[in-house]
Design a binder for this molecule. Structure first.
Ligand code: ADP
Ligand code: MG
Length: 232
């Protein structure tokens, strides 16, 4: 490492559960691509943010107490105009009051990302094996398929790529039935960078999940649209 331990971007981070936005800023500090986004405490702020980001947008409710936002009605995708955004804002504030009473932190407006495939990227610190990275099929498939590969961090881009190619879902990433192939190089670069983060944080990293990383067509990159982290 080029820096003494404990002086990297993570050294100023608080302990505990990070919000999605905080986890994404940590990822961005390591050069992972994340959604453009802005916090919104009111519907007017959400509209102003959406105009800056550009419609269509995604609106999410923010609470550190929530693990699976979409299960609780806290994610609204592809909002095309101001009316749709204002309606979604009211819906999400109501859902937040219900899902996380006393632990709501407003909403976040994000760019609406599109791609060919989704992967799950994870990082943790294993008491026995040290920093580890994990990659698997994204979205809800991660729990369902149990299709994951892991390796000690840091990993090279070549190792990251081999982990991805070893997944059972890998053929889907190469493009099926006329679909364009997904940007596996971009996913491997993201996993490599996540592994640097894991190596830097060491035992402070309880877990960090990117779920999903959306892969665009080959050459078009990848983007983390959801992230969650717990530090100690
Ligand atoms: P959860 O807490 O339920 O995992 P997510 O933020 O991952 O919530 O949102 C649920 C799903 O919505 C994601 O798996 C992804 O398919 C989609 N999604 C979330 N954010 C975006 C975004 N900014 N652009 C496009 N799709 C998104
Ligand atoms: Mg998610």
């Amino acid at each position: 490492p080029l820096r003494p331990a404990g002086t990297g971007p993570a050294s100023a981070l608080p302990s505990g559960v990070l919000t999605e936005g905080e986890a994404k800023r940590l990822l961005a500090a390591y050069g992972l691509p994340v959604t453009r986004e802005a916090a919104a405490a009111t519907a007017d702020q959400a509209v102003a943010a959406a105009r800056t980001i550009g419609f269509p947008v995604v609106l999410k409710g923010v609470s550190r107490a929530v693990v699976h936002k979409s299960d609780l009605g806290l994610v609204r995708l592809n909002l095309r105009d101001e009316d749709a955004l204002r309606t979604a804002f009211a819906d999400i504030i109501a859902a937040l009051d219900h899902a996380a009473p006393g632990a709501a932190e407003g909403c976040v407006v994000q760019e609406m990302a599109r791609g060919e495939a989704e992967l799950f990227l994870g990082a943790t610190h294993d008491p026995q094996f040290g920093p580890m990275v994990i990659v698997g099929a994204g979205g809800i498939l991660v729990e369902f398929l149990q299709d994951v590969r892991m390796a000690p961090a840091p990993v090279s881009a070549a190792t990251a790529r081999a982990l991805i190619e070893g997944l059972r879902v890998a053929p889907l990433l190469h493009g099926l039935r006329g679909r364009p192939p997904a940007d596996i190089d971009a996913a491997a670069a993201a996993l490599e960078r996540l592994s640097w983060l894991a190596a830097d944080l060491g035992p402070r990293l309880v877990e960090l999940d990117v779920n999903p990383l959306i892969l665009r067509a080959a050459g078009q990159g990848a983007i983390a649209v959801d992230a969650r982290a717990t530090l100690k």
